[in-house]
Design a protein around this ligand. Structure first.
Ligand code: PXL
Length: 282
């Protein structure tokens, strides 16, 4: 059985990070170990304020030490939202301890959305995240995160040549395969673009664009991508299944719009995810 460890926060209410990664990766038939980086009463995105934040940074080295003594091994190390620059350093040490030639490191450099950093993040944090990306086999930023990682202006208007250019620049940060989410050249299609810097090859996956943005869809994409990668799917299959399932979740959320301003109804789509995995892995 494949085994992943995911390192990100628990937002107790709001459907993102661990409350998304755990059910999604488990549904893909993969054992999911977790290291919670912080406990928040809600996520920090639009609509929530006055949330609590308990930092768990100091627990991480102790967990790593215990796991090292047990010689635990994982097929993928997957990080999402990290709470502070110090935490990024500690996660970097965790990669040194648990990364290797027989597994993959996947970093979703969670920094912001819609051109802005999430609450509480600074440029110092961005710099630390850039360094962490160097250690990754795969990084999965959205266009906002691309702009902060590369220090370029955020734009919503771009073409394929621009996407290829920024993918090459992301690879130059040191990761092997950058994957950009939420790529769209028009209002008709949306999807993901990836660049395998070792093969010097680009990959694209597009599906229908639905003109609504829901919180946590980046976490959905990255969790499915990570699961697919651990299951041994190739890069094209990984972006295809992640794009398809993210769209399923968005479409399932549209009828629930009034209530679902803080997350998406991914739970209603897990049966589809299981069927996609079965189809790809037969
Ligand atoms: O979905 C990314 C995410 C994860 N965790 C927390 C967040 C966010 C985005 O806002 O606030 C705590």
């Amino acid at each position: 059985m494949k085994k992943i460890v995911t390192i990100q926060d628990i937002s107790c209410f709001g459907k993102c990070s661990l409350t998304v990664a755990l059910p999604i990766i488990s549904a893909m038939g993969i054992e999911t170990a977790v290291i919670p980086t912080a406990v928040l009463s809600t996520h920090t995105g639009p609509g929530f304020k006055d949330y609590t934040f308990r930092d768990l940074t100091s627990d991480i080295p102790a967990i790593a030490k215990h796991w090292k003594s047990m010689k635990l091994k994982f097929d993928a190390l997957y990080t999402g939202y990290l709470g502070s620059p110090e935490q990024v350093e500690i996660v970097s040490d965790f990669f040194n301890d648990f990364g290797g030639d027989d597994n993959v490191i996947i970093v979703d450099p969670v920094l912001g959305d819609a051109g802005k950093l999430y609450a509480g993040f600074t440029m110092d944090f961005v710099e630390k995240m850039k360094k962490l990306c160097k250690k990754a086999d795969y990084i999965i930023p959205n266009m906002t995160e691309v702009s902060f990682l590369l220090g370029i202006p955020y734009t919503e208007v771009y073409d394929e040549a621009y996407v290829k250019d920024v993918l090459r620049k992301l690879a130059a940060l040191g990761c092997k395969v950058p994957v950009i989410t939420g790529v769209h050249y028009d209002d008709i299609q949306q999807g993901a673009a990836a660049y395998d810097s070792e093969k010097d090859e680009f990959y694209f996956s597009f599906d229908k664009n639905v003109n609504y943005r829901f919180h946590g869809t980046g976490d959905i994409f990255s969790s499915v991508f990570t699961g697919a990668c651990a299951l041994g799917m190739n890069l094209q299959q990984c972006i295809d299944i992640a794009v398809k399932f993210t769209l399923d979740c968005i479409e399932a959320t549209v009828p629930e719009l009034d209530e679902m301003w803080y997350g998406s109804c991914f739970e209603l789509c897990l049966d589809k995810l299981i069927s996609y995995v079965k189809k790809e892995c037969l």
